[in-house]
Write a protein that binds this ligand. Structure first.
Ligand code: SF4
Ligand code: SF4
Length: 343
């Protein structure tokens, strides 16, 4: 890893230069009251003063809707055509470390039993320049799930604001090196005390629960009145899954008619009543508390067993935006207390 520095006043030139090269620059921007990742042409369009975006960077790797192939019938034959690749190189700028950390977690599932070329292709074509967090709110809990407001996990370059006028630049991967080389005149060799810059936010974050105690309780309590008591009020809107950087379920359907159409992927959510309905009409998770139990089990038990990591980076979005205040922090704290008092 190489440590460099970048003047805040040079950010504008950096974005301009990248956007005028072959890159599409994507960054947090506020459009019609929605703070999310959009294409930008200049630094003036980028929103910096926020804890986190409302939508995560996920949709730049896993779009909400995407055609995987198209089909056309010709007499008795069916002609299939793969979806075209855009080949566009992207610099995704300004993601928080909890969003960057979601990418290597999702790489595991998209390069597991099936190699998902759509995901992998976008991962290869994207250089991720993240920015450390100097502040947090009560919904953030990265430090309780092994993260950190200055974590380099998943980023190609991490910028940490130091003082009012510059960033400490950690160049983490070859893609990061290539980007720095391209705009070499804007970067200087540098050192700075990153920990000192982040000390206040790390203290403010604290630790909300003991992560190591969660899975052992889940292992033993698939059937427990806890689920009905604490999660039956979920209204199954799916907001928590759609704003989550690590939720990755999709449905595949054919759109069109007998003669032509497309096979498309759409985001889906385990919180929807129809998510597990069988063709027979049977639903193995007929109740909302069972569907919510699945969300927690998938993130804190099944994914850990399969891939060795938790399917949650503590970004806090599901806590911030749940319309019925069903807080995953509250659930995990409650599980933690039960396990602690049983020990
Ligand atoms: S489960 Fe909630 S806190 Fe964890 S990554 Fe998803 S949205 Fe963020
Ligand atoms: S937990 Fe909240 S956000 Fe998630 S589906 Fe239920 S009501 Fe919606």
């Amino acid at each position: 890893m190489r440590i460099m520095s970048l003047k805040r006043s040079d950010l504008s030139q950096l974005v301009k230069q990248l956007a005028s090269d072959q890159f599409a620059v994507v960054a947090p921007s506020l459009r019609e009251d929605l703070l999310a990742f959009y294409r930008v042409k200049s630094v003036d369009e980028i929103h910096f003063d926020h804890i986190n975006t409302k939508l995560s960077l996920k949709e730049w790797f896993l779009p909400r809707w995407e055609a995987v192939c198209s089909f056309r019938t010709k007499k008795k034959d069916v002609e299939l055509q793969d979806a075209p690749e855009t080949g566009e190189e992207i610099v995704l700028f300004g993601a928080r470390p909890c969003d960057a950390a979601s990418l290597p977690i999702m790489d595991k599932v998209y390069a597991w039993d099936y190699q998902d070329r759509f995901w992998q292709d976008r991962r290869e074509r994207t250089t991720l320049v993240s920015i450390s967090c100097l502040d947090c709110d009560e919904a953030c809990f990265c430090t309780s799930v092994g993260g950190h407001p200055g974590s380099t996990e998943g980023s190609d370059i991490l910028l940490t604001p130091v003082g009012d006028d510059k960033f400490l630049v950690e160049v983490i991967t070859e893609k990061g090196e290539a980007l720095v080389k391209r705009c070499a005149e804007l970067f200087q060799e540098g050192t700075a005390d990153k920990e000192a810059a982040l000390r206040a936010v790390v203290e403010k974050l604290g630790k909300k629960f003991e992560h190591a105690r969660i899975k052992p309780w889940l292992d033993d309590n698939f059937f427990h009145p806890f689920w009905e008591k604490n999660t039956l009020h979920c209204i199954g809107c799916g907001t928590c899954t759609f704003v989550c950087p690590t939720c990755h379920c999709f449905d595949i359907i054919d759109e069109g008619d007998f003669f032509r159409g497309k096979r498309v992927k759409n985001w889906d959510a385990c919180q929807f009543r129809t998510f597990t309905v069988h063709a027979s009409g049977h639903n193995p998770r007929p109740r909302q508390d069972e569907r919510h139990r699945q969300r927690i089990m998938h993130k804190y038990k099944y994914y850990v067993e399969k891939f060795g990591v938790t399917l949650c980076t503590g970004c806090g979005r599901c806590v911030r935006y749940c319309p019925v205040d069903l807080s995953i922090i509250g659930l995990l704290q409650s599980i933690d207390r039960r396990k602690a008092s049983a020990a």
